[in-house]
Design a protein around this ligand. Structure first.
Ligand code: ADP
Ligand code: MG
Length: 492
């Protein structure tokens, strides 16, 4: 009863637990292995930059790669296809395409042999050229997701995508440890540098990168010696590892169907924090179940002694046994309830509003990306054009970023403060609004101080320093806000 109640409470939170055995195992997990793309990151990668061979148009390279990736369910493939559609490209139908799950795809588009995927996958299918050496250097330098495209055995271009770490990732990992998990490992098919940068960022115990699907299974097997292992993943390439783990958890909202099939638990909403909810529900259900068992057996044994010494007639004994069963069942039903209900009475942040706030941030990401692009452009721009470039950026920031921050500060924060128990956190966040405003202001002053003949080397340096700082603060500020919003969201 308690276990079934737990399964039903999980379902109410958007977590599908396939049976009581899976729920019991959730409560005993000691090691958690997480996949990166689509699990720790949200898998909604944005295309930031396309580099193409000088004889090819970047948009054409994007069209070829996206055409081939139409057939793939990989989150990065879907991001490429979406990026191509946004740019109004007409995708062609691929023929003879073959996907190596988690590595890349090969096939024919308009009569050309195309390969799309990570460095290892594509570099094995191309001849080395000056361009491929250049791209390799670029990939090593830049710490984001990169995808390559080859055309007829020669590297045609490379795509830089930003795949944001989920805003709730940090707090989820902290709460997993509080819930009794001893070891958290990242297992990814992606590059080592990317994985290692996440290790210190998230405080992971260990990271293993550049894994093939079968390697992920091996990691799961190896970790099982230390206690029950949970594997969390989203892709087709995670399916074998999900099946091998004591509990496999699939991120089902946007992940591949094969992973949901192989998993014991499927998170149907696109949120990692449901993992913690499921584990705490499992803990509570399991302890209530054990409590009911011991209580029922204890009372029965007491009744047996009473009957043995003649204090109960057989009929009384039979009735008492029924009563004991009912008590045990009623106790088990407690698992249906929410222990925190009533503890937090007011709605802090309704779900619909959270979604809207997150969408607002996503819509502003192109402004933040523009900070980065301008910084790069200013490096090589002729002196006379710097002024115009800065004027455009300044206008963009004042039109889109500053009004957003002002609105947060003047409307959203007071509203949250009046409902929430954590005014201090928001006070600190208001400080960031001031800082962003101050830096945009400095940028305007700097721009106005430029003479007609453009910036001196010192001024150019100062502008770049300012832009770097502004970009970093804004990104951090957005991430912190999103983490706080998710914590404030009404738990139901
Ligand atoms: P993770 O194990 O962290 O989820 P994956 O192994 O699924 O990561 O993917 C790793 C990398 O492989 C991606 O970042 C991407 O560069 C590349 N990749 C895999 N499949 C594809 C595809 N269909 N199209 C483009 N790139 C792909
Ligand atoms: Mg993945």
């Amino acid at each position: 009863m308690a276990i079934v109640s737990g399964v039903s409470r999980c379902a109410a939170k958007g977590v599908l637990v396939k049976g009581g055995g899976a729920l019991e195992m959730l409560a005993r997990v000691k090691t958690v292995i997480l996949d990166k793309t689509g699990t720790i990151t949200d898998g909604r990668a944005r295309l930031i930059e396309v580099k193409s061979r000088t004889d090819l148009d970047p948009l054409e390279v994007l069209r070829l790669a996206a055409s081939l990736d139409q057939g793939s369910h990989h989150v990065i493939a879907r991001a490429l296809v979406a990026a191509a559609r946004e740019r109004g490209l007409r995708l062609a139908a691929p023929s003879g395409s073959r996907e190596e799950a988690g590595s890349g795809v090969t096939g024919r588009i308009d009569g050309h042999e195309i390969a799309v995927g990570g460095w290892d996958f594509v570099s094995a299918r191309i001849e080395e050229t000056a361009f491929s050496r250049e791209i390799r250097e670029w990939i090593r330098r830049d710490g984001t997701v990169s995808v390559l495209a080859a055309k007829d055995g020669i590297l045609a271009g490379a795509f830089l995508l930003a795949d944001e770490v989920r805003p709730e990732a940090g707090s989820v990992l902290r709460r997993l440890r509080e819930a009794g998990v001893d070891r958290i490992v990242l297992a990814t098919g992606d590059r080592t540098e990317l994985a290692e940068s996440l290790q210190s960022f998230l405080g992971l115990d260990s990271v293993v990168a550049e894994l093939k699907p079968e390697d992920k299974t091996r990691i799961v097997e190896a970790e099982r010696s230390a206690g029950p292992v949970m594997m969390v993943g989203d892709g087709v390439n995670d399916a074998p590892a999900l099946a091998a783990a004591d509990v496999g958890v699939a991120m089902g909202a946007r992940g591949a169907a094969a992973s949901s099939e192989a998993a014991d638990v499927v998170i149907l909403v696109d949120r990692l924090d449901r993992l913690v909810s499921a584990i705490s529900i499992a803990h509570r259900s399991r302890s209530i179940a054990l409590q009911s068992v011991y209580m029922g057996m204890g009372l029965s044994v007491a009744g047996m002694f009473a009957a043995a010494f003649g204090y109960l007639t057989p009929v009384q004994g039979a009735l008492l046994q029924e009563a004991i069963d009912v008590v045990a069942i009623l106790n088990a039903l407690r698992a249906l309830g929410n222990p925190k209900r009533g503890w937090r009475k007011t709605t802090q942040l309704p779900h619909a509003e959270l979604i809207q706030l997150e969408a607002e941030h996503r819509a502003l990401m192109d402004v933040v990306d523009e900070l980065r692009h301008t910084t790069e452009r200013i490096q090589n721009l002729p002196k006379t054009e710097v002024r115009k470039e800065l004027a455009d950026l300044d206008a963009l920031l004042r039109r889109r970023l500053l009004p957003h921050e002002r609105q947060d500060d003047e409307e959203l924060y007071p509203r949250l403060r009046s409902r929430a128990a954590t005014p201090d956190a928001l006070a600190g966040m208001s400080r960031a609004h001031m800082e962003i405003q101050r830096q945009v202001h400095s940028l305007t002053s700097l721009r106005k101080a430029l003479g007609a003949h453009g910036p001196s080397p010192a001024q150019r340096y100062e502008i770049q320093r300012l832009l770097h700082g502004l970009e970093a603060i804004t990104r951090l500020h957005f991430a912190q806000e999103q983490e706080i919003y998710r914590l404030l969201e009404d738990e139901q």
